[in-house]
Design a binder for this molecule. Structure first.
Ligand code: RIB
Length: 305
């Protein structure tokens, strides 16, 4: 039976320009290619978890517009429960403008729109789903008070919380104590701890500092290098898979969505993380956020490499 994953978070429509490189401030560059894709860190995590084999409920707000309509259609196509995806009559759907450079690196600006109106009351309305979930997944593209309300609710019901602290911002100890798993990348880990994560030893130092603030387990994501895990069960690096990068957008989101499924399935921690690494690696070989999230069979294939 599929495990229950609830994702509370953002949904965006991504406007993507693939260009030779990311323009500098004040610069115009020609020769890019435009495409549009479903995105938003929360929605990407929800889609990744559903394709990895989870039974997913998404709690979010979109605008009552064509982008919101399109986003919901996509969630339904992936088998996601959209009962708690609210169409907000007073704000547009979130939109992200993304530059993707030839080496796969990106730069993103987000107009949050309806995401900024996801409220603690919306979380309260989804209490049954959150309380009966195996894992709650969140990021930081919706208001902090909403993230805190969901984290508190899950923690009080002994539901495992994966908190992906992206985009980077300071976090209270209260929130960190509710996080069973925190998954910062190098920049986020540095902002949260002051430790510049430029080596495995520094990743270990940052992870230790975060665990001292009450986080159950820390997984520092290190891009193509894989991740560094600090947990009671296992501590050490878990290498990534070598792939040719086309677009790194949403690799972290795919990692978190797949991790929710593999942890809910009760795999040994290093195996669970390897599963998520495989999903993330596949995602960087494809353009776009949600279009890049792999199906479970593809992840299993990658794991055989
Ligand atoms: O993590 C990638 C996502 O960040 C994009 O899909 C974009 O919408 C922004 O939310």
């Amino acid at each position: 039976m599929a495990h229950r994953i609830v994702v509370v978070g953002s949904s965006n429509t991504d406007m993507i320009i693939q260009a030779a490189r990311i323009p500098r401030p004040g610069e115009t560059i020609l020769g890019g290619q435009f495409s549009m894709a479903a995105g938003g860190k929360g929605a990407n995590q929800a889609v990744a978890a559903a394709r990895a084999g989870g039974q997913v409920t998404f709690v979010a707000r979109v605008g009552n517009d064509v982008f919101g309509e399109q986003a919901i259609k996509g969630f339904v196509a992936d088998g996601i429960d959209v009962k708690h995806v609210i169409k907000d009559p007073d704000a547009p759907s979130g939109v992200a403008l993304i530059f993707v450079a030839a080496d796969g690196e990106n730069s993103i600006g987000v107009a949050s729109g309806a995401n900024g109106r996801l409220s603690p009351a919306d979380v309260q309305a989804a209490a049954d789903a959150i309380g009966s979930a195996d894992v709650l997944v969140m990021q930081l593209e919706t208001p902090m008070e909403t993230v805190k309300a969901a984290a508190r609710m899950a923690a009080s019901r002994k539901v495992r919380v994966i908190l992906n602290p992206a985009p980077a911002q300071p976090l209270s100890d209260d929130l960190l104590k509710c996080a069973s798993v925190l998954t910062p990348n190098e920049t986020e880990a540095e902002l949260l701890t002051g430790v510049k994560v430029d080596s495995e030893a520094k990743a270990a130092e940052a992870a230790k500092a975060l665990r001292a603030r009450g986080v159950g387990m820390v997984i520092v994501t290190l891009g193509a290098k894989g991740v560094y895990v600090s947990a009671d069960e296992f501590t050490g690096p878990v290498p990534g898979f070598v792939v040719k990068a086309v677009d790194s957008t949403a690799a972290g989101d795919v990692f978190n969505g797949a991790l929710a499924v593999s942890l809910a399935e009760g795999r040994p921690l290093a195996d669970a993380v390897r599963f998520a690494n495989a999903a993330a690696a596949i995602s960087v070989t494809r353009l776009g956020a949600q279009p890049s999230a792999p199906k479970r069979a593809e992840i299993e294939q990658m794991l055989k490499r």
